[in-house]
Design a protein around this ligand. Structure first.
Ligand code: XIL
Length: 458
Protein backbone atom coordinates (compact mmCIF):
# COMPACT_ATOMS: atom_id res chain seq x y z
CA UNK A 1 0.00 0.00 0.00
CA UNK A 2 2.63 2.49 1.03
CA UNK A 3 5.83 3.60 -0.49
CA UNK A 4 7.89 2.47 2.42
CA UNK A 5 11.63 2.38 2.59
CA UNK A 6 13.33 -0.98 2.80
CA UNK A 7 15.49 0.21 5.65
CA UNK A 8 13.52 2.79 7.54
CA UNK A 9 16.24 3.36 10.05
CA UNK A 10 18.28 4.88 7.25
CA UNK A 11 15.55 7.27 6.27
CA UNK A 12 16.91 10.04 8.37
CA UNK A 13 16.24 9.40 12.00
CA UNK A 14 19.88 9.95 12.53
CA UNK A 15 21.57 13.02 11.22
CA UNK A 16 25.25 12.31 10.80
CA UNK A 17 26.41 15.84 11.42
CA UNK A 18 24.11 16.38 14.31
CA UNK A 19 25.24 13.09 15.78
CA UNK A 20 28.82 14.19 15.44
CA UNK A 21 28.12 17.41 17.24
CA UNK A 22 26.41 15.60 20.08
CA UNK A 23 29.47 13.42 20.52
CA UNK A 24 31.58 16.53 20.59
CA UNK A 25 29.35 18.00 23.26
CA UNK A 26 30.36 15.21 25.58
CA UNK A 27 34.01 15.95 25.01
CA UNK A 28 34.30 19.69 24.95
CA UNK A 29 31.19 21.00 26.58
CA UNK A 30 30.18 24.54 25.70
CA UNK A 31 32.14 24.74 22.46
CA UNK A 32 29.92 22.05 21.11
CA UNK A 33 26.76 24.05 21.57
CA UNK A 34 27.69 26.32 18.70
CA UNK A 35 28.75 23.32 16.66
CA UNK A 36 25.45 21.64 17.36
CA UNK A 37 23.29 24.47 16.09
CA UNK A 38 25.46 24.99 13.03
CA UNK A 39 25.36 21.34 12.14
CA UNK A 40 21.67 21.11 12.88
CA UNK A 41 20.68 23.77 10.40
CA UNK A 42 23.34 23.55 7.72
CA UNK A 43 24.25 20.34 5.96
CA UNK A 44 21.47 18.15 7.36
CA UNK A 45 18.62 20.42 6.23
CA UNK A 46 15.85 18.84 4.21
CA UNK A 47 14.45 20.75 1.23
CA UNK A 48 10.85 19.52 1.26
CA UNK A 49 8.21 19.46 3.98
CA UNK A 50 7.94 15.69 3.95
CA UNK A 51 11.69 15.15 4.13
CA UNK A 52 11.90 17.60 7.00
CA UNK A 53 9.14 15.80 8.87
CA UNK A 54 10.36 12.30 8.05
CA UNK A 55 13.79 13.08 9.48
CA UNK A 56 12.21 12.81 12.93
CA UNK A 57 9.75 10.05 12.06
CA UNK A 58 6.83 12.40 11.42
CA UNK A 59 4.65 13.03 8.39
CA UNK A 60 3.62 16.23 6.66
CA UNK A 61 0.13 16.13 5.20
CA UNK A 62 -2.38 18.13 3.20
CA UNK A 63 -6.06 17.87 2.35
CA UNK A 64 -7.58 17.51 -1.09
CA UNK A 65 -10.91 17.06 -2.76
CA UNK A 66 -11.49 14.71 -5.67
CA UNK A 67 -11.68 17.77 -7.93
CA UNK A 68 -7.93 18.25 -7.46
CA UNK A 69 -7.23 14.94 -9.21
CA UNK A 70 -7.38 16.82 -12.52
CA UNK A 71 -5.30 19.75 -11.29
CA UNK A 72 -1.75 19.02 -12.37
CA UNK A 73 -0.34 22.01 -10.50
CA UNK A 74 -1.83 20.77 -7.24
CA UNK A 75 -0.74 17.19 -7.82
CA UNK A 76 2.84 18.17 -8.57
CA UNK A 77 3.19 19.99 -5.25
CA UNK A 78 1.33 17.24 -3.40
CA UNK A 79 3.66 14.50 -4.51
CA UNK A 80 6.80 16.61 -4.08
CA UNK A 81 6.11 18.02 -0.60
CA UNK A 82 3.63 15.79 1.24
CA UNK A 83 3.49 12.19 2.46
CA UNK A 84 0.01 12.16 4.04
CA UNK A 85 -3.37 13.21 2.67
CA UNK A 86 -6.86 13.81 4.05
CA UNK A 87 -9.99 13.89 1.90
CA UNK A 88 -11.67 17.27 2.38
CA UNK A 89 -15.22 15.94 2.04
CA UNK A 90 -15.16 12.57 0.27
CA UNK A 91 -14.97 10.28 3.31
CA UNK A 92 -17.57 12.11 5.39
CA UNK A 93 -20.86 10.36 6.27
CA UNK A 94 -22.97 12.10 3.60
CA UNK A 95 -20.46 11.14 0.91
CA UNK A 96 -19.85 7.52 1.89
CA UNK A 97 -23.42 6.50 2.82
CA UNK A 98 -25.86 8.85 1.10
CA UNK A 99 -28.75 6.40 1.57
CA UNK A 100 -29.26 3.94 4.37
CA UNK A 101 -27.05 0.92 3.81
CA UNK A 102 -25.96 2.14 0.37
CA UNK A 103 -22.31 2.92 0.60
CA UNK A 104 -20.49 4.86 -2.08
CA UNK A 105 -16.72 4.95 -1.95
CA UNK A 106 -16.04 6.07 -5.50
CA UNK A 107 -14.86 9.61 -4.71
CA UNK A 108 -12.94 8.57 -1.60
CA UNK A 109 -11.31 5.69 -3.41
CA UNK A 110 -10.26 7.89 -6.32
CA UNK A 111 -8.31 10.05 -3.87
CA UNK A 112 -7.02 7.03 -1.96
CA UNK A 113 -5.76 5.38 -5.15
CA UNK A 114 -3.92 8.45 -6.37
CA UNK A 115 -2.44 9.13 -2.93
CA UNK A 116 -1.18 5.63 -2.27
CA UNK A 117 0.17 5.18 -5.79
CA UNK A 118 2.30 8.26 -5.15
CA UNK A 119 3.93 6.97 -2.01
CA UNK A 120 1.68 8.81 0.41
CA UNK A 121 -0.70 7.61 3.10
CA UNK A 122 -4.14 8.84 4.12
CA UNK A 123 -5.80 9.98 7.30
CA UNK A 124 -9.44 8.93 7.35
CA UNK A 125 -11.85 11.83 8.00
CA UNK A 126 -14.49 11.45 9.47
CA UNK A 127 -17.02 8.86 10.72
CA UNK A 128 -19.35 10.59 13.19
CA UNK A 129 -19.97 14.32 13.17
CA UNK A 130 -22.83 16.76 13.57
CA UNK A 131 -21.98 18.18 10.12
CA UNK A 132 -22.27 16.71 6.64
CA UNK A 133 -24.59 13.90 7.68
CA UNK A 134 -26.65 11.95 5.18
CA UNK A 135 -30.26 13.11 5.03
CA UNK A 136 -31.55 9.86 6.42
CA UNK A 137 -29.68 10.46 9.68
CA UNK A 138 -31.62 13.71 10.03
CA UNK A 139 -34.85 11.77 10.02
CA UNK A 140 -33.71 9.38 12.74
CA UNK A 141 -33.26 9.76 16.48
CA UNK A 142 -32.63 7.72 19.58
CA UNK A 143 -31.66 4.10 19.16
CA UNK A 144 -32.31 4.07 15.41
CA UNK A 145 -29.89 6.97 14.86
CA UNK A 146 -27.38 5.29 17.18
CA UNK A 147 -27.66 2.09 15.13
CA UNK A 148 -27.29 4.01 11.88
CA UNK A 149 -24.11 5.63 13.18
CA UNK A 150 -22.63 2.31 14.30
CA UNK A 151 -23.52 0.61 11.02
CA UNK A 152 -21.98 3.52 9.16
CA UNK A 153 -18.73 3.19 11.10
CA UNK A 154 -18.68 -0.54 10.49
CA UNK A 155 -19.37 -0.14 6.77
CA UNK A 156 -16.72 2.49 6.13
CA UNK A 157 -14.03 0.82 8.21
CA UNK A 158 -14.72 -2.56 6.67
CA UNK A 159 -14.16 -1.01 3.24
CA UNK A 160 -10.91 0.68 4.30
CA UNK A 161 -9.75 -2.07 6.65
CA UNK A 162 -5.98 -2.14 7.00
CA UNK A 163 -5.52 0.84 4.71
CA UNK A 164 -5.53 3.87 6.98
CA UNK A 165 -2.98 4.61 9.70
CA UNK A 166 -5.43 7.00 11.41
CA UNK A 167 -9.15 7.72 11.41
CA UNK A 168 -10.97 10.69 12.87
CA UNK A 169 -13.71 8.61 14.44
CA UNK A 170 -15.57 11.47 16.11
CA UNK A 171 -15.30 15.09 15.01
CA UNK A 172 -16.18 18.28 16.89
CA UNK A 173 -18.34 16.84 19.66
CA UNK A 174 -17.69 19.57 22.23
CA UNK A 175 -19.08 23.06 22.79
CA UNK A 176 -16.84 26.03 23.51
CA UNK A 177 -17.48 25.88 27.26
CA UNK A 178 -16.30 22.29 27.54
CA UNK A 179 -19.71 20.67 27.69
CA UNK A 180 -20.91 18.32 25.01
CA UNK A 181 -22.14 19.96 21.83
CA UNK A 182 -25.87 19.59 21.47
CA UNK A 183 -26.46 17.51 18.34
CA UNK A 184 -28.69 14.73 17.15
CA UNK A 185 -25.87 12.27 17.94
CA UNK A 186 -25.47 13.63 21.48
CA UNK A 187 -29.21 13.23 21.94
CA UNK A 188 -28.83 9.48 21.44
CA UNK A 189 -27.09 9.33 24.82
CA UNK A 190 -23.88 10.62 26.38
CA UNK A 191 -22.13 7.34 25.63
CA UNK A 192 -22.38 7.88 21.83
CA UNK A 193 -18.70 8.81 21.53
CA UNK A 194 -17.36 5.75 23.30
CA UNK A 195 -19.84 3.58 21.38
CA UNK A 196 -18.40 5.01 18.16
CA UNK A 197 -14.82 4.25 19.21
CA UNK A 198 -15.67 0.70 20.26
CA UNK A 199 -17.41 0.03 16.94
CA UNK A 200 -14.41 1.43 15.09
CA UNK A 201 -11.95 -0.76 16.97
CA UNK A 202 -14.05 -3.84 16.30
CA UNK A 203 -14.31 -3.08 12.57
CA UNK A 204 -10.64 -2.29 11.95
CA UNK A 205 -8.20 -3.06 14.75
CA UNK A 206 -5.27 -1.84 12.64
CA UNK A 207 -6.15 1.85 12.42
CA UNK A 208 -5.45 4.39 15.14
CA UNK A 209 -8.67 5.93 16.37
CA UNK A 210 -8.67 9.69 16.84
CA UNK A 211 -10.92 12.29 18.40
CA UNK A 212 -10.63 15.51 16.33
CA UNK A 213 -11.71 19.07 17.18
CA UNK A 214 -10.99 22.80 16.77
CA UNK A 215 -10.36 25.44 19.43
CA UNK A 216 -8.70 22.91 21.72
CA UNK A 217 -5.17 24.28 21.28
CA UNK A 218 -5.24 26.67 24.27
CA UNK A 219 -4.67 24.67 27.44
CA UNK A 220 -6.69 27.01 29.67
CA UNK A 221 -9.75 27.08 27.40
CA UNK A 222 -12.94 25.37 28.54
CA UNK A 223 -13.34 23.25 25.43
CA UNK A 224 -9.76 21.99 25.70
CA UNK A 225 -10.40 20.91 29.25
CA UNK A 226 -13.64 19.21 28.31
CA UNK A 227 -11.96 17.11 25.64
CA UNK A 228 -8.97 16.41 27.90
CA UNK A 229 -11.23 15.10 30.65
CA UNK A 230 -13.06 12.85 28.22
CA UNK A 231 -9.81 11.34 26.89
CA UNK A 232 -8.55 10.87 30.44
CA UNK A 233 -11.80 9.14 31.37
CA UNK A 234 -11.67 6.93 28.25
CA UNK A 235 -8.10 5.91 28.99
CA UNK A 236 -8.94 5.09 32.59
CA UNK A 237 -11.86 2.90 31.53
CA UNK A 238 -10.18 1.21 28.57
CA UNK A 239 -12.31 2.86 25.89
CA UNK A 240 -10.24 2.49 22.71
CA UNK A 241 -8.89 5.92 21.75
CA UNK A 242 -5.40 6.22 20.28
CA UNK A 243 -4.99 9.81 19.22
CA UNK A 244 -6.29 13.34 19.39
CA UNK A 245 -6.35 15.60 16.35
CA UNK A 246 -5.99 19.33 16.89
CA UNK A 247 -7.52 20.98 13.85
CA UNK A 248 -5.34 24.09 14.40
CA UNK A 249 -7.53 26.44 12.37
CA UNK A 250 -5.86 29.70 13.31
CA UNK A 251 -8.28 31.41 10.96
CA UNK A 252 -11.74 32.86 11.47
CA UNK A 253 -10.54 34.85 14.46
CA UNK A 254 -8.37 32.24 16.18
CA UNK A 255 -4.61 32.42 16.61
CA UNK A 256 -1.72 30.43 18.04
CA UNK A 257 -1.83 30.28 21.84
CA UNK A 258 1.54 30.43 23.57
CA UNK A 259 0.73 27.26 25.52
CA UNK A 260 -0.02 25.01 22.52
CA UNK A 261 2.99 22.79 23.23
CA UNK A 262 1.80 22.38 26.82
CA UNK A 263 -1.58 21.27 25.55
CA UNK A 264 -0.07 18.74 23.15
CA UNK A 265 2.21 17.38 25.86
CA UNK A 266 -0.57 17.10 28.42
CA UNK A 267 -2.72 15.10 26.02
CA UNK A 268 0.27 12.95 25.01
CA UNK A 269 0.87 12.23 28.68
CA UNK A 270 -2.54 10.54 28.78
CA UNK A 271 -1.13 7.91 26.41
CA UNK A 272 -2.44 9.11 23.05
CA UNK A 273 -0.71 10.27 19.89
CA UNK A 274 -1.39 13.87 18.98
CA UNK A 275 -1.42 15.51 15.53
CA UNK A 276 -2.17 18.86 13.92
CA UNK A 277 -4.85 17.87 11.45
CA UNK A 278 -6.29 20.88 9.56
CA UNK A 279 -3.79 23.69 9.87
CA UNK A 280 -4.41 27.11 8.34
CA UNK A 281 -3.35 30.53 9.65
CA UNK A 282 -4.76 33.96 8.78
CA UNK A 283 -2.46 35.55 6.21
CA UNK A 284 -0.05 32.68 6.80
CA UNK A 285 1.70 34.43 9.69
CA UNK A 286 5.27 33.15 9.66
CA UNK A 287 5.60 33.35 13.42
CA UNK A 288 2.42 31.37 14.02
CA UNK A 289 3.39 28.75 11.45
CA UNK A 290 6.86 28.43 12.98
CA UNK A 291 5.36 28.25 16.47
CA UNK A 292 2.81 25.57 15.71
CA UNK A 293 5.45 23.49 13.93
CA UNK A 294 7.83 23.83 16.86
CA UNK A 295 5.09 22.84 19.28
CA UNK A 296 4.63 19.57 17.42
CA UNK A 297 8.34 18.95 16.96
CA UNK A 298 8.93 19.37 20.69
CA UNK A 299 6.39 16.70 21.67
CA UNK A 300 7.59 13.19 20.97
CA UNK A 301 4.07 11.84 20.52
CA UNK A 302 3.14 14.52 17.99
CA UNK A 303 3.16 12.34 14.89
CA UNK A 304 2.56 14.86 12.12
CA UNK A 305 1.12 18.08 10.73
CA UNK A 306 -1.54 18.45 8.02
CA UNK A 307 -2.46 21.73 6.31
CA UNK A 308 -6.08 22.08 5.11
CA UNK A 309 -5.22 22.41 1.43
CA UNK A 310 -1.98 23.25 -0.35
CA UNK A 311 -2.39 26.60 -2.13
CA UNK A 312 -4.42 29.55 -0.89
CA UNK A 313 -6.80 28.90 -3.74
CA UNK A 314 -7.51 25.43 -2.29
CA UNK A 315 -8.52 26.78 1.10
CA UNK A 316 -12.03 26.78 2.53
CA UNK A 317 -11.04 30.20 3.86
CA UNK A 318 -9.17 31.42 0.81
CA UNK A 319 -9.89 35.10 1.55
CA UNK A 320 -7.52 34.76 4.52
CA UNK A 321 -4.68 33.42 2.30
CA UNK A 322 -3.90 30.93 5.06
CA UNK A 323 -1.73 28.25 3.43
CA UNK A 324 1.93 27.66 2.59
CA UNK A 325 1.69 28.11 -1.21
CA UNK A 326 0.12 30.99 -3.14
CA UNK A 327 -2.52 30.47 -5.78
CA UNK A 328 0.16 29.95 -8.43
CA UNK A 329 1.86 27.26 -6.37
CA UNK A 330 4.80 29.40 -5.25
CA UNK A 331 6.23 28.81 -1.79
CA UNK A 332 5.31 31.60 0.62
CA UNK A 333 7.42 32.93 3.48
CA UNK A 334 5.41 30.70 5.82
CA UNK A 335 6.63 27.66 3.89
CA UNK A 336 10.21 28.55 4.74
CA UNK A 337 9.36 29.14 8.39
CA UNK A 338 7.74 25.70 8.61
CA UNK A 339 10.60 23.99 6.80
CA UNK A 340 13.16 25.66 9.06
CA UNK A 341 11.22 24.59 12.14
CA UNK A 342 11.04 21.02 10.84
CA UNK A 343 14.76 21.01 10.15
CA UNK A 344 15.54 22.39 13.60
CA UNK A 345 13.46 19.68 15.25
CA UNK A 346 15.34 17.09 17.18
CA UNK A 347 12.77 15.05 19.10
CA UNK A 348 12.19 11.84 17.19
CA UNK A 349 8.67 10.53 17.30
CA UNK A 350 8.08 7.93 19.93
CA UNK A 351 4.62 6.71 20.64
CA UNK A 352 5.66 5.42 24.00
CA UNK A 353 7.30 2.20 25.08
CA UNK A 354 4.31 1.03 27.07
CA UNK A 355 1.97 1.07 24.10
CA UNK A 356 1.85 -2.08 22.08
CA UNK A 357 1.63 -1.46 18.37
CA UNK A 358 -1.76 -1.15 16.82
CA UNK A 359 -4.11 -3.87 17.68
CA UNK A 360 -4.55 -4.24 21.43
CA UNK A 361 -6.48 -7.42 20.95
CA UNK A 362 -3.37 -9.12 19.60
CA UNK A 363 -1.48 -9.33 22.82
CA UNK A 364 2.28 -9.30 22.69
CA UNK A 365 4.06 -12.60 22.60
CA UNK A 366 6.04 -12.46 25.78
CA UNK A 367 8.23 -15.35 24.80
CA UNK A 368 7.76 -18.93 23.86
CA UNK A 369 9.85 -21.56 25.45
CA UNK A 370 11.80 -23.87 23.21
CA UNK A 371 14.89 -25.76 24.33
CA UNK A 372 16.23 -23.95 27.35
CA UNK A 373 15.98 -20.33 26.30
CA UNK A 374 13.24 -17.74 26.19
CA UNK A 375 12.81 -14.80 23.82
CA UNK A 376 10.79 -11.91 25.25
CA UNK A 377 9.39 -9.12 23.11
CA UNK A 378 8.85 -5.56 24.20
CA UNK A 379 7.67 -2.50 22.28
CA UNK A 380 10.17 -0.07 20.83
CA UNK A 381 9.51 3.02 18.81
CA UNK A 382 6.45 3.15 16.63
CA UNK A 383 5.68 5.19 13.52
CA UNK A 384 2.62 5.41 11.33
CA UNK A 385 3.67 2.51 9.15
CA UNK A 386 6.11 0.45 11.20
CA UNK A 387 7.30 -0.41 14.66
CA UNK A 388 10.39 -1.60 16.43
CA UNK A 389 10.50 -4.46 18.90
CA UNK A 390 13.23 -5.28 21.36
CA UNK A 391 14.01 -8.96 21.77
CA UNK A 392 15.62 -10.12 24.97
CA UNK A 393 16.94 -13.68 25.18
CA UNK A 394 17.50 -15.42 28.49
CA UNK A 395 18.61 -18.89 29.49
CA UNK A 396 21.46 -19.39 27.05
CA UNK A 397 24.21 -17.49 25.22
CA UNK A 398 24.03 -19.89 22.31
CA UNK A 399 20.53 -19.32 21.08
CA UNK A 400 18.58 -19.43 17.86
CA UNK A 401 15.48 -17.23 17.73
CA UNK A 402 12.96 -17.78 14.97
CA UNK A 403 10.58 -14.92 14.34
CA UNK A 404 7.47 -15.07 12.16
CA UNK A 405 5.26 -12.13 11.20
CA UNK A 406 1.92 -12.66 9.45
CA UNK A 407 1.69 -11.36 5.88
CA UNK A 408 1.49 -8.60 4.72
CA UNK A 409 3.74 -7.49 7.55
CA UNK A 410 7.41 -7.98 6.90
CA UNK A 411 10.57 -7.81 8.95
CA UNK A 412 12.53 -5.05 7.27
CA UNK A 413 15.67 -4.80 9.37
CA UNK A 414 17.43 -6.17 12.43
CA UNK A 415 20.35 -5.09 14.58
CA UNK A 416 22.67 -6.71 17.14
CA UNK A 417 21.88 -10.11 15.68
CA UNK A 418 23.08 -12.30 12.86
CA UNK A 419 19.99 -12.96 10.77
CA UNK A 420 19.16 -15.34 7.96
CA UNK A 421 15.98 -14.85 5.98
CA UNK A 422 13.97 -17.80 4.68
CA UNK A 423 11.44 -15.11 3.62
CA UNK A 424 10.66 -11.50 4.46
CA UNK A 425 8.13 -12.83 7.01
CA UNK A 426 10.65 -15.09 8.74
CA UNK A 427 13.98 -14.29 10.35
CA UNK A 428 16.29 -16.76 12.06
CA UNK A 429 18.62 -14.95 14.41
CA UNK A 430 21.78 -16.05 16.15
CA UNK A 431 24.19 -14.11 18.40
CA UNK A 432 26.58 -11.81 16.56
CA UNK A 433 28.74 -10.95 19.54
CA UNK A 434 26.54 -8.06 20.74
CA UNK A 435 25.00 -9.92 23.63
CA UNK A 436 21.53 -11.30 24.16
CA UNK A 437 19.37 -8.34 23.22
CA UNK A 438 18.54 -7.38 19.66
CA UNK A 439 16.08 -5.31 17.72
CA UNK A 440 13.83 -5.59 14.70
CA UNK A 441 11.86 -3.16 12.56
CA UNK A 442 8.58 -4.48 11.17
CA UNK A 443 6.70 -2.80 8.32
CA UNK A 444 3.03 -3.29 9.13
CA UNK A 445 1.50 -2.83 5.67
CA UNK A 446 -1.70 -2.34 7.64
CA UNK A 447 -1.39 -5.29 10.03
CA UNK A 448 -0.09 -4.49 13.52
CA UNK A 449 -0.08 -7.99 14.91
CA UNK A 450 3.12 -8.80 16.77
CA UNK A 451 5.30 -11.65 15.54
CA UNK A 452 5.54 -15.02 17.15
CA UNK A 453 8.97 -16.03 18.38
CA UNK A 454 10.52 -19.25 19.50
CA UNK A 455 13.91 -19.83 21.00
CA UNK A 456 16.08 -22.94 20.85
CA UNK A 457 19.61 -23.74 21.93
CA UNK A 458 22.17 -25.37 19.70
C1 XIL B 1 -14.79 21.70 5.52
C2 XIL B 1 -14.43 21.61 4.04
O1 XIL B 1 -13.16 22.17 3.85
C3 XIL B 1 -15.46 22.32 3.21
O2 XIL B 1 -15.22 22.08 1.83
C4 XIL B 1 -16.84 21.85 3.55
O3 XIL B 1 -17.78 22.64 2.87
C5 XIL B 1 -17.09 21.96 5.04
O4 XIL B 1 -16.09 21.23 5.72
N1 XIL B 1 -13.46 21.05 10.35
C6 XIL B 1 -13.42 19.83 9.75
C7 XIL B 1 -13.43 19.74 8.27
O5 XIL B 1 -13.29 18.80 10.42
O6 XIL B 1 -14.09 18.59 7.82
C8 XIL B 1 -14.07 20.97 7.67
O7 XIL B 1 -13.92 20.87 6.24
C9 XIL B 1 -13.44 22.21 8.21
C10 XIL B 1 -13.63 22.30 9.69
Amino acid sequence: MNDVPAHPEHRGHFRPLLGGAVTLAVVVGSVAVATLSTAGTASAAASTLKAGAEATGRYFGAAMGADRLSDSGFLAIASREFDMMTAVNEMKPDATEPYSGQFNFSAGDSIYNWVTSHGMRMRGHTLAWHGQQPNFWRNLSGSSLRSAMLEHINGVLTHYKGKMPYWDVVNEAFAEDGSRRQSNLQATGNDWIEAAFKAARAADPSTKLCYNDYNIENWTYGKTQGVYNMIKDFKSRGVPVDCVGFQTHFTGGSSLPSNFQTTLQNFANLGVDVALTEVDVTNASTSQYAGLTQACMNVSRCVGITTWGIRDSDSWRSSESPLLFDGSGNKKAAYTSVLNALNAGSSTVSTGPSQQPGNPSSSPTSGQQGGSCTATLSAGQQWGDRYNLNVSVSGSDNWTVTMNVPSPERISSVWNVSGTWPSSQVMIGKPNGSGNNFGVTIMTNGNWTWPSVSCSTS
